[in-house]
Design a protein. Structure first.
Lengths: 301, 308, 255
């Protein structure tokens, strides 16, 4: 075996080791976070943690239901505002915008994705919160679900828009031609052929956007108020629900981990496990939708 | 140029009744709405960036950039040490993540398809590795923070330090580097590989002299993307880097990146003007990074066109 | 040739500065099959797509002269209405990723038809006309993509028929099919010509000879602009062409 052959073999081993690192990291993340949470599950109890909404570390009360509801509510609000805008933007970029306009809007979307979350948080803090505070509703502080949903909607917009645009562009051109040749208008072609054909990619884009929303941390801390209370309408008007303050799962971890000790720290890791599990389910379903669709369309070929 | 103009001419021999005028009006309505959505997106960008740059710009001057923060309740001083810390952290993180990520991608793309790879164990490992990369890409950053906190800060006793933060940050950007490198490698034509192997070069010689140089612009794009990721990231470093505003003198020292500093200014001291100034510096950095990435990818696509 | 369905007068087409078609004058007769033949790049597909204005979709296309459908200027019509009247079958079968039923009902539905019974009626009639009914009548809910290539192409023909056009344009409809599927399509074209004006682009001389009543020969000169060299009854073109270039092409001396 010549020298260069030995180098060749050695390189292969080193590269293989690097490829394995990602597996080790995933396993280590799962292992450490789960291990640190074990005491919490054992001493506090699973149902006590997941279904109680009182979080008072000083009195060893660790219910995270309010945070789960907070995370889900703010994500819901962000989806409500962000998805139509993002899908509209994706359709616009893929099907409607002339090349010149595309070359302005697409980098804008890209840049939106790159802006640090603390900058969005600061913008929300300085602009949105004072604006919302002007709404004359008793108990309204400006901080809360509305401000955080708006900030989050803008943050998930580029994620959803760019993945959905790719999905729409991946629809074969001959579907469009076939539809137009049958006397459909361009809009009919988009809604009746292109969007249904790109459906799985579009749904995956939305699901990944939801994952992104659930995982956002710092911007949420900055505008949501962080009170550990079950979000509820401030007045008889159910819409004031969105003026309620809240805390997200992510915010709970970030705000308290640096000084937490003992069971309190364990409970924060348990919060992490819940978040981790939620995100894994969401990402797995996105993957399932995409691969499932690929398989069924491959079968058709 | 032929316009898609509508006209009222209906075809005599078709007995079909179809209200084309309404349909064109419906289309016009929806198209206008889509235009509006595109416009809103650009407006949001202009609003956020414009506000941060204009308001923050007032606070940005040479003094802010060159003096260290002095702590205190109103955020006195400048941001010089946080700029330095940001660069330290970016450098250290990429020093760890780049070799690992590029090597992993090279293995997953260049060796995974090998004939000699009939071993079931290797196949399974590669499948799991691909799955792991995808999983890492989807994990929210605060989880990386928690992981870094328990493993590097507490268990390994690195404390709140540049080392802990860069290790956690490396985990965060690893999937980005692996994926962009994979894409860059896949874009290298197979003829290059065959040509080199046919001349008697070993696989590694082929990779290091032909394939990797050809994939270099794509790999660099991945690295620059990761630089942006580290600059913008806050949650991971909030729980691994600590918050000292002094200049770190060793990798075991705590510190503050620009993004972290912005957070502390806004949340702890409520020094919004300085926070905006810091935000403006951050936005300019991200803007430059995007510009460089776009330049590289434009060059790449231009190259592809030439090959065709 | 008194009943001309489609007529072009001094028709030229440009992609930007490049002239793709030059001064074409033709009168395509009603309820006959007209084949467009010629070497690759001679503009015959572009010419075909002029009749339903699919060229409008390509940026930078400009035309001169006129194209008449039943004596009316095509370019003054609403392209959407025009395409209802002038159907098209593409080179590669392109059924939508929908059920067979929904593929055929697509055209009627976009024109506003919702009545399920009427739709069923149209689907059956179209599938019968396209000689596909017997093969798929028990599986109308199956995806159009699960059919074989030849069946897919007949599905696309049925889909075009469902809109009740008077003209059907076919752009090398059998190019991607095996010989048996090709023969079935040719039979179908023959049958359809009783009720429809069919214009077909083909590379295959034998096919042009078998299916068409009239043949138009296109050729490009040194400027690369496509021109109509000769247009006549198919048997005349194939047995006694008046232009040397046509004869050379037919006998396989080039192309």
């Amino acid at each position: 075996m010549s020298g260069r052959m030995i180098v060749d073999k050695a390189v292969k081993v080193v590269l293989f080791a690097s490829a394995i690192i990602s597996i080790l990291i995933v396993l280590a993340i799962g292992f450490f976070i789960f291990r640190e949470s074990l005491d919490a599950w054992a001493k506090i109890g699973i149902s006590e943690m997941l279904f109680k909404s009182v979080w008072r570390p000083g009195q060893d009360q660790y219910g995270i239901l309010a945070m789960i509801v907070g995370s889900v509510s703010v994500t819901f609000g962000a989806i409500l505002m962000g998805v139509p805008l993002a899908l509209g933007c994706a359709i616009f970029l893929a099907e409607i915008a002339p090349a010149g306009v595309q070359s302005i809007v697409r980098p804008a979307v890209q840049l939106l994705a790159g802006i640090p979350s603390v900058v969005y948080g600061l913008f929300g803090l300085v602009i949105l919160v004072p604006m919302i505070r002007k709404l004359n509703v008793p108990g309204n502080s400006g901080f809360g679900l509305l401000a955080s949903s708006i900030v989050l909607a803008v943050m998930i917009l580029p994620t959803i828009a760019s993945i959905a645009e790719d999905a729409i562009r991946a629809v074969p051109e001959n579907y469009r031609q076939g539809s137009l040749a049958l006397g459909a208008t361009k809009w009919q072609t988009i809604t009746k052929v292109v969007l249904p054909a790109g459906k799985s990619g579009i749904i995956a884009a939305i699901i990944l956007g939801i994952g992104r929303a659930l995982g956002e941390t710092m911007a949420m801390i900055m505008v949501i108020g962080n009170s550990v209370i079950m979000p509820k309408p401030l007045t008889a008007n159910p819409l004031t629900f969105f003026l309620s303050q809240a805390r997200t799962l992510t915010g709970n971890i970030a705000v308290e981990i640096n000084y937490a000790t003992g069971l309190h720290a364990n409970a924060l890791f348990a919060t992490g496990v819940v978040l981790f599990a939620l995100i894994m389910i969401i990402n797995a379903s996105a993957r399932w939708i995409i691969t499932h669709d690929q398989r069924s369309s491959e079968k058709a070929r | 140029m032929i316009g898609e103009r509508s006209s009222e001419i209906t075809l005599a021999h078709t007995a079909k009744t179809r209200n084309l005028k309404t349909e064109h009006r419906v289309q016009k309505f929806w198209f206008s709405l889509m235009w509006l959505f595109g416009l809103i997106t650009v407006l949001i960008l202009i609003l956020v960036i414009g506000y941060v740059l204009v308001q923050g710009g007032k606070a940005v001057n040479w003094e802010l950039l060159t003096t260290p923060p002095k702590g205190g309740l109103s955020g006195e001083g400048g941001i010089s040490t946080t700029i330095a810390t940001t660069f330290y952290l970016v450098g250290l993180t990429l020093l760890i993540a780049t070799p690992l990520g590029v090597s992993a991608a090279v293995y997953l793309i260049e060796y995974a398809g090998e004939q000699s790879l009939s071993s079931k164990f290797l196949r399974t490992m590669i499948n799991i590795a691909n799955f792991a990369v995808e999983t890492l890409a989807g994990i929210p950053s605060i989880i990386f923070g928690l992981f870094g906190y328990v493993l590097f800060v507490s268990t390994l006793k690195f404390g709140f330090s540049l080392l802990s933060a860069s290790l956690a940050g490396a985990c965060l950007v690893l999937p980005t580097i692996i994926r962009t490198t994979e894409e860059a490698l896949l874009a290298v034509p197979d003829d290059y590989r065959r040509g080199s192997l046919a001349l008697g070069a070993t696989k590694w010689q082929t990779l290091s002299r032909i394939v990797l140089p050809a994939a270099m612009p794509g790999i660099i794009t991945g690295i620059i993307l990761s630089v942006g990721r580290v600059i913008s990231e806050t949650a991971v470093f909030y729980v691994t880097l600590g918050g000292s505003y002094r200049l770190p003198t060793s990798i075991m020292d705590s510190g503050r990146t620009l993004a972290l500093h912005l957070y502390y200014l806004a949340m702890d001291t409520r020094a919004f003007d300085k926070a905006m100034g810091t935000g403006a510096v951050l936005v300019v950095m991200i803007f430059l990074i995007n510009l460089v990435i776009n330049l590289i990818s434009r060059k790449l696509t231009a190259g592809v066109r030439k090959v065709r | 040739m008194n009943d001309s369905k489609l007529v072009t007068i001094n028709y030229s087409l440009y992609y930007g500065n490049f002239q793709a078609l030059k001064d074409i004058n033709i009168k395509i007769p009603e309820n006959k099959v007209t084949a467009l033949i010629g070497p690759s790049g001679c503009g015959k597909s572009t010419f075909l797509r002029s009749f339903n204005r699919m060229n409008d979709l390509i940026p930078g296309v400009r035309t001169e002269g006129s194209v008449l459908l039943d004596g009316e200027d095509l370019f003054k019509m609403d392209p959407v209405a025009l395409r209802q009247n002038v159907g098209m079958v593409f080179q590669k079968p392109n059924p939508f990723p929908k059920s067979i039923f929904d593929n055929i009902a697509y055209g009627p539905r976009v024109t506003g038809l919702k009545d399920r019974h009427k739709l069923e009626e149209i689907v059956e009639r179209s599938l019968r006309s396209a000689a596909l009914w017997d093969e798929v009548k028990d599986s109308l809910g199956k995806s159009g993509l699960e059919l074989s290539g030849g069946q897919q192409q007949r599905l696309c023909i049925a889909r075009a028929l469902a809109v009740e056009p008077t003209v059907i344009l076919m752009d090398e409809p059998a190019a991607s099919l095996d010989p048996i599927a090709t023969l079935r399509i040719e039979d179908l074209i023959h049958k359809l010509s009783e009720n429809y004006t069919i214009v077909i682009v083909t590379h295959n001389m034998q096919q042009a000879g078998r299916v068409s009543d009239y043949t138009a020969f296109f050729y490009t000169d040194e400027t690369r602009a496509g021109q109509l060299v000769e247009f006549d009854e198919t048997k005349t073109i194939f047995t006694n062409p008046s232009d040397q270039r046509t004869e050379d092409y037919i006998t396989g001396r080039f192309g």
